[in-house]
Design a protein around this ligand. Structure first.
Ligand SMILES: [Fe+2]
Length: 292
């Protein structure tokens, strides 16, 4: 799915300006126009403070067309493979299909529904910061879009993943509550190891979770539902029931499709197992689970 060392390309500030260091394997690596674009978008956001308005990105007609192309591909796949709770989120949110929405616009649509707002991210947001602000209803998001040469692939979470994957989930009261609980759990723990345990459970649920619904296996995770390839493959993966210890300690490889997925019996089951865990966990309970 995402390339390990470059899950987010490093962003650096130099005398010449802001530079996003793309991996050689990024489809846009050899395209100077794309690289300049990535630098410009990162420069808009670097140093952004939460109280400031989200910077506006003037998307080009090509970038809007790329969004429209991927949206059109994903929409029928959602009808076929996404859980009902996600589909209801897409209806409530009503994202534009033909152009990339501004993050400010996404926030204005989401906030009346579930209180969530988007914060812009130039690149990698430290794990603790990313999770902790979920408790306050903030979701960090990149603003750039993938390279046009590979419309159905991105080595990193771009605006398609962040908005089509996550915002549609965050438009659901039940999913939004789980994001907040993950944030509260992150805020409660002190150790890096406990924080990583919480983030891995997030990975296997809100990013790559699958669920039984109407006798079928369906997906609810943003990573699957924003990937035109992965959404066609998840039913063929190795599926296990929800298991906190297994999810929290598994060493996954983000460079490939997730071959091991964890299945909830229903949204209620997810809330009971994972929501309750995030609501109650602390450093000690996580250490006990890790040692079990
Ligand atoms: Fe994500």
């Amino acid at each position: 799915m995402f390339e390990e060392a470059q899950y987010f390309a490093p962003v650096s500030q130099t005398v010449g300006g802001v530079v996003v260091e793309l991996a050689q394997s990024d489809p846009g690596f050899g395209d100077p126009v794309y690289r300049a674009r990535r630098n410009d978008i990162a420069a808009l956001t670097l140093g952004h403070a939460r109280e400031q308005p989200v910077p506006v990105v003037e998307y080009t007609a090509l970038e809007d067309a790329l969004w429209a192309h991927v949206s059109k591909e994903l929409s029928p796949k959602h009808q076929k493979y996404a859980v009902e709770e996600f589909l209801q989120g897409t209806e409530r949110l009503g994202l534009p299909a033909h152009r990339i929405p501004q993050l400010q616009e996404v926030s204005e649509a989401l906030e009346p529904l579930t209180g969530f707002r988007y914060l812009p991210a130039a690149g990698l947001v430290p794990l603790r910061e990313f999770y902790e602000v979920l408790a306050d209803g903030y979701f960090h998001s990149t603003q750039y879009i993938r390279h046009i040469s590979m419309p159905f692939y991105t080595p990193e979470p771009d605006v398609i993943h962040e908005v089509i994957g996550h915002a549609n989930m965050l438009a659901s009261d039940r999913f939004a509550r789980l994001y907040r609980l993950a944030g509260e759990a992150a805020r409660r723990v002190q150790t890096q190891s406990a924080l990583e345990f919480i983030s891995k459970i997030f990975w296997f649920t809100l990013e790559f979770g699958v669920m039984k619904e109407s006798g079928e296996l369906r997906a609810y995770g943003a990573g699957i539902l924003s990937s035109c390839g992965e959404i066609e493959k998840f039913r063929t993966m190795h599926i296990r029931p929800l298991d906190l210890r297994a999810m929290g300690t598994f060493q996954y490889d983000i460079t490939k499709y997730q071959e091991l997925l964890f299945c909830a019996d229903s949204v209620e089951h997810l809330e009971n197992v994972v929501g309750t865990f995030w609501a109650e966990c602390d450093d000690d309970s996580i250490a006990r689970l890790e040692a079990a």
